[in-house]
Design a protein around this ligand. Structure first.
Ligand code: GUN
Length: 293
């Protein structure tokens, strides 16, 4: 049976450091770290994530501002809000929750966030720094940064000689995850929906990272014995499909059967999720320290 990583506990330790860093900054310079979170529309899952982020920001001692905009918000209005937040010196981090409603173009919005306030690490300046191996001066996307904490904890800083497979190629996760693994000297494969014989590709992985958004897609016979398996999926499976009374959150990995083959595995919930929020807080306090000089 694999060791199950306790994401909540590891996130709590990151949060402790963030609280100290925010308190120190305030004591030394009078600057309160500020995070603005923007959500457009009514998607209940997005609201739950955003509320958790705003709440954690408060717990960290930040100024925490949430802008909840209606579904019919225009591109111009959202662009103006981002510009206002860019110009507000009390705000060090700006997060626009994705996905945006269909009538809005997310890319111009993301690229309009100042790179130094882009705590999601999605601006091309931050993505470019990561892609060119600068891990120090930009901001790195929170979920991959959190997943790397688990990888380092299991394998150390240097992944030389290890094969890593990332399933998924999004800008928010798959691409930056692959870059981080590569920067740590892993041999990295990015697999996706067009990959041929995905189970065989996954079986080559010492470190297997799944971010596809398909409930329990990764099966036991996709997992190399002794591998580290990181599950980035959060899928709400409705009750009727499970033959149970309540809907349930499951990952992209069939946890029970894969835990019998892997040596280390992350659960859903309680794995990558809490760590993502912790890394968002870490990015925000990094941004406020940089802004304060
Ligand atoms: N939607 C799901 N995850 C994320 C995230 O990490 N950042 C943003 N902005 N939107 C998301």
């Amino acid at each position: 049976m694999a060791t199950v990583i306790d994401g909540k506990q590891m996130a709590a330790s990151v949060i402790d450091s963030v609280k100290s860093a925010a308190a120190n900054l305030e004591a030394d310079t009078g600057v309160t770290t500020g995070l603005a979170v923007v959500i457009v529309g009514d998607d209940p899952a997005s609201h739950a994530y955003v509320n958790a982020k705003s709440k954690m920001a408060k717990e960290c001692g930040f100024k925490s501002v949430q802008h909840t905009l209606p579904e019919d918000t225009t591109q111009e209005h959202l662009t103006e809000l981002v510009a206002t937040l860019n110009n507000d010196p009390s705000i060090h981090g700006i997060l626009v929750q994705l996905p945006l409603p269909k009538h809005l173009k997310s890319e111009p919005i993301i690229q309009s966030i100042l790179p130094e306030k882009d705590v999601d690490g999605l601006h091309i300046v931050n993505a470019g720094k990561l892609a060119t191996g600068d891990l120090d001066t930009g901001l790195i996307s929170c979920t991959p940064a959190g997943a790397m904490v688990f990888v380092r904890r299991t394998h150390g800083e240097d992944l030389s000689g290890l094969n890593a497979v990332v399933i998924g190629r999004s800008n928010l996760f798959g691409k930056p995850m692959a870059q981080l693994l590569l920067a740590a000297n892993a041999t990295v494969t990015t697999a996706h929906s067009r990959t041929r014989d995905l189970p065989a590709v996954c079986r080559s992985a010492d470190i297997l990272v799944a971010a596809v958004g398909r409930p329990e897609m990764v099966k036991a016979d996709w997992v190399k014995p002794g591998a580290t398996v990181i599950d980035v999926g959060i899928n709400r499976v409705p009750a009727p499909e499970r033959g149970e009374g309540k809907s349930k959150l499951v990952g992209d990995v069939a946890f029970g059967e894969c835990a019998e083959i892997a040596s280390t595995i992350t659960p859903v919930p309680g794995g990558v999720g809490p760590m993502t929020i912790a890394m968002l807080m870490a990015n925000t306090v990094i941004a406020s320290h940089r802004a304060a000089g």
